[in-house]
Write a protein that binds this ligand. Structure first.
Ligand SMILES: O=Nc1c(NC[C@H](O)[C@H](O)[C@H](O)CO)[nH]c(=O)[nH]c1=O
Length: 168
């Protein structure tokens, strides 16, 4: 398999056709969140997921991601249209207070718990960055020549891979 990113390679033979995936993204830091969402969508489509099977919803900030993911997974299941995976996407950038730490801690533990309790793979789509440049780099829109790597692409691949793991 070709080298997808340093430390993460493409899992061979991923076929995402027929999978339904939920993306919940924040409006906080939207100029960085948008390329992350696009990276996840593009990668999932390249792995066979239909655009109509990718549902995109938004919330104010990362603290709202666990609740939104939980409630949207539950309502889709109740409607008989369950999701195979969810990708909550948010960008936390350290400010001058401890706010960042508390949200990062709450959101990361919350996102993990939602997946385990729902029995549906939930990808950790949270960037926790100390500077804006770090966040831009990890959304593939960095100011440097390389522009960095879009982690949204990894999250899209992970959603397909984890959905198939659960189905085997
Ligand atoms: O503070 N910084 C950030 C932030 N704060 C808002 C928080 O997530 C929540 O929406 C509010 O506290 C209201 O519940 N949300 C982010 O996604 N990134 C940040 O960098």
């Amino acid at each position: 398999s070709k080298d997808f990113v340093k430390g993460l390679t493409v899992a061979d033979g991923l076929n995402g056709s027929g999978l339904r995936v939920l993306i919940v993204h924040t409006r906080w830091n939207l100029p960085i969140v948008e390329p992350l969402v696009q990276g996840a969508v593009n990668t999932m489509k390249s792995l066979g997921v239909s655009e109509s099977d990718i549902v995109i919803r938004q919330v104010p900030g990362s603290f709202e991601l666990p609740f939104a993911t939980q409630t949207l997974l539950a309502s889709a299941k109740a409607a008989g249209r369950p999701f195979d995976a969810a990708i909550p996407i948010g960008v936390l950038i350290k400010g001058s207070t401890m706010h960042f730490e508390y949200i990062a801690d709450a959101a990361s533990h919350g996102i993990m718990r939602v997946g385990l309790e729902a029995g549906i793979p939930v990808i950790f789509g949270l960037l926790t960055c100390l500077t804006e440049d770090q966040a831009l780099e990890r959304a593939g829109v960095g100011k440097g020549a390389s522009k960095g790597h879009n982690h949204g692409e990894d999250w899209g691949m992970g959603a397909v891979e984890m959905s198939l793991l659960a189905k085997k």
